[in-house]
Design a protein around this ligand. Structure first.
Ligand SMILES: C[S@@+](CC[C@H](N)C(=O)[O-])C[C@H]1O[C@@H](n2cnc3c(N)ncnc32)[C@H](O)[C@@H]1O
Length: 279
């Protein structure tokens, strides 16, 4: 038994076994929550997040820009008629999660949320229970095992793989090393989706940071539950192979279909984003 905090949580199936949250180790989900101004984080997460902000304040501005991209992209694909979302690397649900944004466009959307961090499960189930569970579910799953995700009964119960699905890989692939074949994982997932499906993706980059900032950021995340692997624009473009990019293509996150005035430096933001369509 680890020294991490244990929570009991319940959903409509009854009380579940204790969840080991390992609050003594920084978790990317909880650090991200801290950057976004959320309250679902612990001292180890806050300390690591503050260290990250000392490396660059862009950890926070980048997180906010990323979340805003997610929301614009969900609205966009829902307006284009996509009604199903497979959101992997969900993060701790805060206001403006995928199902809330999509439901503003179409109340009949269906969403499967998947994350490998147990705290996301705890909060996600509570959020969905409060909101009326409807057509959304939260599942503990690991992006590194795409076959298991595709075969998961709960995923299949919510999503119809004969109709277009928006696969959301927003700010998650940079937690996979090259040795885990992230390009192959994305290809395996998109292969399973029908024509007209979307890939909504964002990814951290060090293209506009100094080598020293990149090294320090990598070293910091090496002490968390997942490594940080920033990638170049060319490396991020490889995730979209075989898909047609929607306008404006692969750009820094604030530049993807902005809904307000741009700020100085938005073209040098620490993340790239795009939406691809499966032909
Ligand atoms: C930075 S948050 C992004 C949250 C949300 N997608 C967003 O963009 O607002 C990254 C999330 O990916 C999750 N994650 C990291 N590695 C993962 C993996 N191998 N499988 C599933 N989820 C993972 C983390 O637990 C965290 O919740």
């Amino acid at each position: 038994m680890s020294q991490g905090q244990q929570w009991m949580h319940a959903d409509e199936d009854g009380v579940r076994p204790p969840t080991d949250l390992r609050t003594d180790i920084p978790h990317p989900a909880r650090m991200y929550d801290y950057f976004l101004g959320g309250k679902d984080n612990f001292p180890a997460d806050r300390e690591a997040a503050e260290q990250a902000l000392r490396i660059s304040p862009e950890f926070r501005t980048g997180a906010l820009a990323n979340r805003a991209f997610l929301q614009r992209a969900v609205r966009h694909v829902a307006r284009e008629g996509v009604r199903q979302f497979l959101d992997i690397g969900t993060g701790i649900p805060t206001a403006g999660s995928t199902h809330q944004i999509a439901a503003e466009v179409a109340p009949d959307v269906r969403v499967a949320y998947l994350d490998n961090d147990p705290i996301v499960l705890v909060h996600g189930r509570a959020l969905l229970a409060a909101a009326g569970r409807g057509n959304a579910t939260v599942i503990q799953a690991d992006l590194r095992d795409p076959e298991k995700i595709l075969a998961d009964e709960e995923v299949r119960a919510v999503l119809d793989f004969d109709r277009p699905i928006a696969l959301m890989l927003v700010s998650v692939l940079h937690f996979l090393g090259d040795d885990q074949d992230p390009v192959g994982i994305v290809r395996r997932l998109t292969e399973a989706l029908p024509s007209g499906s979307r890939l909504v993706l964002s990814h951290a980059t060090g293209d506009f940071a100094t080598p020293e900032q990149v090294d320090r950021a990598r070293a910091l995340y090496a002490n968390s539950t997942a490594p940080l692997v920033p990638r170049t624009r060319e490396q991020v473009a490889a995730f979209f192979e075989g898909l047609d990019l929607e306008e404006p293509g692969l750009v820094t996150t604030p530049l993807w279909r902005p809904d307000g005035p741009l700020q100085d430096g938005d073209d040098r933001a620490p993340g790239y984003a795009a939406v691809g369509v499966k032909p």
